[in-house]
Design a protein around this ligand. Sequence first.
Ligand code: SF4
Ligand code: SF4
Length: 300
Amino acid sequence: MLKGIHFLLTYNCNFECDHCFLYCTPHSKGTFTLNQLRKVFKEITRIGAIESVYFEGGEPFLYYPLMVEGLRIARDTGLKAGIVTNAYWATSVEDAGLWLKPLSKLEVFNLSLSDDLFHHDEEKDNPAKMALAAAKKLRMPVSNICIEKPTVKTDVYTEHGKGTSVIGGGAMFKGRAVEKLTEGLPRRQWQEFTTCPHEELESPKRVHIDSYGHVHLCQGLSMGNMWQTPLSELVNNYDALSHPICGPLVKGGPALLAIEYDVKHEDEYVDECHFCYLVRLALIDRFPQYLAPRQVYGLE
Ligand code: SF4
Ligand code: SF4
């Protein structure tokens, strides 16, 4: 049962990270209005089972007043609310406190800070570390997300046998990460990719929503459009097996998706997401309602 809604408050970001699976840039469009936020909260109340919301992006602090108002509505609706940010705004511990103090009064249950070399290249004056110190001073619940450049460990024993190469670092190979991070990594035969290892497509616990109305089960894989069909209706009527993309993914992973729609492909891919993302990209004009928005596939 769906328990969490993650607002992609904006696709706009002051960064343009290599591992960004939403292809965010400083020029990206797609930001919620306050009125759109209110409409979503009404639908959340109708769904009934939602316990928490997150504000993320893109970079949600770029639209700080809107984010604060969203947090206020969440608190008044009885929902737990979290934030994911790259912490660009933390220019000193003291100044970070200025940004965080109003949030601490809104009972934010998790402030999640991106703290890695994709986002901040210096240990000294690292904004994420300054934001962390400021949050701790205010006794806010705070955590770090750390993604590293893909690393390869060879000769590891896994379910694929002894001597397998395993890729570490935590990056997911979808969006810009496919373009920027897959080169030179070990690959496996496409027939091996028969599951979706990361999303519960049959019974999602959380979805991401954007200002265009897309309800993402995975980045760029939409349940439907909540501006055309109310979110509560989309969620209550969702059936993974009758969804044209999720159905094959649930039954046989990216391999079956490619077979089902006769998609031409390579023999080898880095992992399930790498293959899945490229098959979906090949199908984007055939299923524009379900594979959207185009910008998260790096398209105009
Ligand atoms: S990964 Fe995060 S910080 Fe980096 S471009 Fe994407 S949204 Fe921005
Ligand atoms: S990209 Fe495909 S395989 Fe990877 S998590 Fe998303 S739906 Fe699953």
